[in-house]
Write a protein that binds this ligand. Sequence first.
Ligand code: CP
Ligand code: NVA
Length: 300
Amino acid sequence: MARSFTEITDLTTSEVLEVFELCRKMKTGEIAPEPLAGKSVACIFTKASLRTRISFEVGINQLGGNSLYITDKEIKIGVRESVHDVAKVLSRFVGLIMIRTFAHSNVTGLAEYATVPIVNGLTDLVHPCQIMGDYFTILEHKKKDKYSIAYLGDGNNIANSWLNLASLIPIDLRIGTNESTPPDKGILEKARQNSESSVLLTGDPKEAVKDADVIYTDVWASMGQKDKQKEKENLLSKFQVNSALLAGAGPDCLVMHCLPAERGREITDEVIDGPNSVVFDQAENRLHIQKAIMAFLLDR
Ligand code: CP
Ligand code: NVA
């Protein structure tokens, strides 16, 4: 079975650090490997995307490969054809499969049956490439042994991925959310097992951001949940990242958002466009980190 990246915890701590170092070298141009030369990559999308689609297509090209954009019109994974059969067929044609979809089980199913690496480009459960790129962005902006990261809002795939990273890397993670919108229980428990990290779940946004190095937020209603927009808004409005909340963190606090943002909901214009915001650095780093993840997997 090939090595896959279905979630951050598929890697060990030293492998995560290895990917960050590879990313740094690729971003600075110190190395420019082409592990996809002569190969194609299947990019399966059953949800919309700007950053993930473009960063993968550009990154695959820079690694010497050719990308194939596949939507539900073509394969309807698990409906028109089983995950097993899609994995077996695609493995005969391509060197790697990237997938963005709803059910996480589609990604783990592909990883189980494919003979090429699978990379998760977001599921309802996790968004591992995003948080790897975001941590790399933090490393570029601040030099510290351990960062305090305040995630505010829905306990969704982004919150779960921060927890996954905290189970491998020492992080002081504070999740400010409503008790009705918690992160995944199993992922939370696993993060709490890492004695080098601390994980606080709080309903008080001010407690979450106190002296934080990073304030991070995401949409309140994720893709596939837009029918719950009003309900989520009612539950999460006090977690909006605005100037008043930012004032409770350190002056050098980085403001992060995976994008797309719903400006005026989870974050205000003055904060996302303000001097603390690094949201477009995060977007750019998706390219570099995914190239590093693909190169790492293809080298196993
Ligand atoms: N952050 C992110 O994954 O963006 P897209 O949904 O546009 O790919
Ligand atoms: N939580 C968001 C992230 C988008 C990149 C979603 O799943 O829609």
